[in-house]
Write a protein that binds this ligand. Structure first.
Ligand SMILES: NC(=O)C1=CN([C@@H]2O[C@H](COP(=O)(O)OP(=O)(O)OC[C@H]3O[C@@H](n4cnc5c(N)ncnc54)[C@H](OP(=O)(O)O)[C@@H]3O)[C@@H](O)[C@H]2O)C=CC1
Ligand SMILES: N[C@@H](CCC(=O)N[C@@H](CSC=O)C(=O)NCC(=O)O)C(=O)O
Ligand SMILES: [Zn+2]
Ligand SMILES: [Zn+2]
Length: 383
């Protein structure tokens, strides 16, 4: 038992008080975990669009589910400080990665064998609350909301026991915290998609998620791996992560659409395409770059509120498939420990994505770096 078990912990957290506002490092109170909950000392957090785009998406006000005040952050690594009654899947001292895609192993989704989505805590998670519909975070009695069930921009957080997994303590948490979202998402989107071996692949967007798609396409031995990004600086990155070709849509001849160019250079289109931009026009291009009869396009990017996808239905009538994935289809509690082992064996890249490191008090710089466009992933030291 840790000596703080059962007590309210006062610690620092980066609070977003309203849409579009910068994060403010505040003293917060973190209540002890209730039954089937786990309190974690967060040591490192990544910021997924460069810490992860999804945090910035919610901070900016673009997320229709966004609610404030909130403690953002969803890529993290830490150590279990205490557990509530009935928790038997992790114990005090375990090195853990919080999971924004829970895995209860009991619900209709978990037992379907068809999806990694889990319904056990998703409804309350979307409201920024714990499963009992209350918050464990407060400032002088005022409740502060949770985010994606994990809130990793806090020195201590509380998560449902279905939303956390223990990993090999030999893995450096300052690196594998990034497996909590972007890298795992890109890896899973490709590696868990049947048929990519010996097939042609195009990945739109070469941020962390897209680079991880490229890396997985190389690992599973896709025959041709085309990276597409509007930022010329991403070519070097894309090739380092496995791209065999790079196309910048802005450098095509005037009037040439990226999908037409890709269809032209691939004798009818790609076998598999992946959107890792969140831009609905790019999603359409990715679908339309697929080969007639069998091409499969996967949407990974999160689009802003009110945005909708469109294409001619004929694109689907003629055999292209449009699908999407959350957290790369990875079941966190079952599969993430194995991905960490693959990282330790050198089979999955992680360190290579880290372009920036920040101290907690400089967390807003992580968002500035994200906007600056030279950042793939930033890791924040929460100590
Ligand atoms: N489904 C899921 O489970 C998950 C979804 N996501 C989502 O995936 C998306 C990617 O995340 P992340 O890698 O962190 O984001 P980044 O912003 O780091 O990467 C996006 C990349 O796409 C490039 N880009 C922008 N516009 C275009 C365009 N028109 N054509 C081609 N490339 C373009 C950007 O260029 P530039 O450098 O110039 O900006 C950047 O290199 C986000 O929408 C994120 O929210 C993330 C994790 C999990
Ligand atoms: N709240 C958003 C939904 C955003 C979204 O799609 N999130 C992804 C993960 S993105 C990680 O960086 C996800 O897992 N979705 C599945 C889910 O159940 O939320 C909105 O409403 O647009
Ligand atoms: Zn993310
Ligand atoms: Zn479930």
């Amino acid at each position: 038992m840790s000596d703080t078990a059962g007590q309210v912990i006062t610690c620092k957290a980066a609070v977003c008080w309203g849409a579009g506002e910068p994060l403010k490092v505040e003293d917060i109170q973190v209540a002890p975990p209730e039954a089937h909950e786990v309190r974690i000392k967060i040591l490192y957090t990544g910021r997924c669009a460069r810490i992860c785009h999804t945090d910035e998406y919610t901070r900016s006000g673009a997320d229709p589910e966004g609610a404030f005040p909130v403690i953002l952050g969803h890529e993290g690594g830490g150590i279990v400080e205490s557990v509530g009654e009935g928790v038997d899947s992790v114990k005090v001292g375990d090195h853990v990665i919080p999971l924004y895609t829970a895995e209860c192993k009991k619900c209709k989704f978990c037992t379907s064998g068809k999806t990694n989505l889990c319904s056990s805590v998703r409804a309350t998670q979307g409201q920024g609350l714990m499963p009992d519909k209350t918050s464990r975070f407060s400032i002088n009695g005022k409740p502060i909301l949770h985010f994606m069930g994990v809130s990793t921009f806090s020195q201590y957080t509380v998560v449902a026991d279905v939303s956390v997994v223990a990993v090999n303590p030999k893995a450096p948490l300052e690196k594998v915290c990034l497996l909590g979202c972007g890298i795992t998402t890109g890896w899973g989107a490709v590696a868990k998609q049947p048929g990519v071996k010996d097939s042609t692949v195009a990945v739109f967007g070469c941020g962390c998620v897209g680079l991880s798609c490229l890396n997985a396409a190389q690992l599973v031995k896709a025959s041709r791996i085309i990276a597409v990004d509007t930022n010329p600086a991403k070519e070097e990155w894309a090739r380092k992560f496995g791209a065999t070709e790079f196309v910048n849509p802005k450098q095509l001849p005037q009037g040439t659409r990226i999908q037409d160019h890709l269809v032209e250079i691939t004798d009818g289109g790609l076998d598999f395409t992946f959107d890792a931009t969140g831009n609905v026009d790019v999603m359409r291009a990715a679908l339309e770059a697929c080969h007639k009869g069998w091409g499969v396009s996967t949407i990974i990017g999160v689009a802003a509120a009110g945005k909708e996808i469109s294409t001619r239905p004929f694109q689907l009538v003629t055999g292209r498939v449009w699908r999407g994935t959350a957290f790369g289809g990875v079941k966190g509690r079952t599969e993430l420990p194995g991905i960490v082992e693959d990282y330790l064996k050198g089979a999955v890249k992680v360190d290579e994505y880290i372009t920036h490191e920040f101290k907690f008090e400089d967390i807003n710089k992580g968002f500035d770096a994200m906007h600056a466009g030279d950042c793939v992933r930033a890791v924040v030291d929460m100590s």
